[in-house]
Design a protein around this ligand. Structure first.
Ligand SMILES: Nc1nc2c(ncn2[C@@H]2O[C@H](COP(=O)(O)OP(=O)(O)OP(=O)(O)O)[C@@H](O)[C@H]2O)c(=O)[nH]1
Ligand SMILES: [Mg+2]
Length: 471
């Protein structure tokens, strides 16, 4: 019995699909696909290692969005606008858009069968190569839709993974993206389902009677394991570095925001970091950290981070966990918003919901409306949110105000206290210097009077020496 291409599972409701769909003659599918689908977009990772995408021409794409309650058509349209930008960034052209309203996605085909037929006809009419869905398709839905359309059916996750794969440059970034791609691909593997003969293949590469699908699956699983081990090593090194940072007691500020908002430009403006700035989505994939001296005298570490979009794929959030930890572990988030963009408030909501998803909702946030040189809207928006600042990372306007605001917010994280430390407790005096910011130090009979800014944790440890908490 040949291995079915998509085995329905408990959490894959498309198990309802009639068995016969899986049993269609393989050549029918291949022929249909070959006839109309010309190319490579989305077929990332042509080999098990998720290699580079070949882009010999710009594919023609139809976008499909489904509105399910409680969402409205406006929500779907906004999400499709974003998807159109993502598709453009990935290097393809949008040639059509289809919307459907449904109570719930169809387990077998996501959209209804009438709509699917309509999209197939539209695909022929506009000569599209690929249909991209705004939500993640289950492997079986994707499979069934491709049968109906006679061309590739992809989802938003595939597009985002594709862009990430193009932009990854560091060792860690590349490994993270490849891991995310393989985790996405594994349940979508499609083999020919034929038993391989026992000859051929290297020693140990194939068990008796194993199908090509099983071999591919095993190869990908091995690669996933290897990447996980590699990433663990890279991260062990990183955690040593971040411990070193913690010992310096400097605060960590993470620049977060919607993709293309100007985060990297702001880091460059603040610290001369020389980070890549590009007018494209997801230009930054790796966190870059630089030291920044604030007007109040404190020094903080500022990190640039990966941009956010709606419906960030879970595979990516998982694979980028340590990169995103920069955000979770930060003492303050500088949330950069494109104040000149079409939907600044919508972008803020998107970013905040990703922050919740990664467990960073409780980190204090300072909202910065950027690109004020392009539109006065940035100033108007800044007035609407308490504590927000309008800047132009490009011209430098408002940057002094921003620095003061960061300084105030960082200072607010600590409490000013007065301590009296006996001379025989040099260890405690050293701890104050290490853990906080000493403002005044005055020798007195028997000990040292110290005024310092300290975190609550440090104050707890030094409790017996505290003499006053000035207001
Ligand atoms: N006019 C204007 N353009 C800006 C400003 N800040 C950034 N830009 C432009 O906006 C685009 C994106 O800037 P980046 O700094 O790469 O944005 P990012 O948030 O780091 O983007 P990703 O890393 O892709 O998420 C670039 O073309 C910048 O030149 C600004 O204050 N004014
Ligand atoms: Mg960037």
């Amino acid at each position: 019995m040949p291995e079915p291409d998509h085995r329905p599972t408990a959490d894959d409701p498309a198990g309802d699909v009639p068995e016969s769909l899986f049993d269609l003659d393989e050549t029918t599918e291949d022929d249909a696909t070959d006839a109309s689908h010309r190319g490579a977009f989305g077929e990332f990772g042509g080999d098990a290692r998720g290699g580079l995408i070949e882009r010999t021409f710009r594919e023609r794409i139809i976008l499909v969005g489904v509105t399910t309650p409680p969402l409205t058509d406006d929500d779907t349209e906004a999400s499709l606008d974003e998807l159109a930008l993502l598709v453009d960034t990935a290097g393809a052209d949008v040639v059509g858009r289809v919307l459907q309203r449904r109570q719930a996605p169809d387990p077998a085909t996501y959209i209804g069968s009438g709509k699917a037929a309509e999209i197939r006809d539209l695909s022929v009419a506009v000569d599209s190569d690929t249909v991209v869905f705004d939500d993640e398709l289950s492997p079986a839905q994707q499979f069934n839709l491709e049968r109906i359309f006679g061309r590739s059916a992809l989802d938003r996750t595939a597009v985002i993974l594709d862009i990430f794969a193009q932009n990854a440059s560091s060792l860690e970034g590349k490994a993270q993206v490849e891991l995310a791609q393989l985790r996405y691909r594994l349940p979508r593997l499609r083999g020919l389902g034929k038993k391989l003969s026992q000859q051929g293949g290297g020693i140990g590469t194939r068990g008796p009677g194993e199908t090509q699908l099983e071999v591919d699956r095993r190869r990908i699983e091995r690669r996933i394991h290897k990447l996980e081990v590699d990433l663990r090593d890279i991260r062990r090194h990183r955690s040593v570095q971040s411990k070193a940072r913690k010992r310096t007691a400097n605060r960590a500020v993470a620049i977060v925001g919607y993709t293309n908002a100007g985060k990297s430009t702001l880091l460059n403006r603040l610290t001369n970091a020389d980070v890549l700035v590009e007018n494209r989505l997801f230009a930054t994939l790796d966190a870059t950290t630089r030291r920044l001296a604030l007007p109040g005298g404190e020094t903080v570490f500022v990190s640039d981070t990966v941009g956010f979009v709606r419906k960030l794929p879970t595979q990516l959030v998982e694979a980028f966990k340590t990169t995103l930890d920069v955000v979770v572990d930060a003492d303050l988030l500088v949330h950069v918003v494109d104040g000149s963009g079409p939907d600044p408030m919508g972008n803020i909501d998107t970013v905040r919901s990703v922050l919740r998803e990664i467990g960073a909702a409780s980190v204090p946030e300072l909202v910065v409306f950027n690109k004020a040189d392009r539109s006065d809207e940035a100033y108007r928006l800044a007035e609407r949110i308490p504590g927000a600042v309008a800047v132009s990372a490009h011209t430098g306007d408002g940057i002094d105000t921003l620095l003061n605001a960061i300084s105030d917010r960082v200072r607010a994280l600590t409490t000013m206290i007065e301590l009296f430390i006996p001379f025989d407790r040099g260890d405690m005096l050293a701890a104050v210097h290490r853990e906080g910011q000493v403002l005044v130090e005055q020798p007195e009979p028997g000990g040292m009077r110290v005024r310092a800014r300290l975190e609550d944790g440090s104050i707890g440890r030094l409790r017996e020496f505290v003499v006053a908490t000035p207001t």
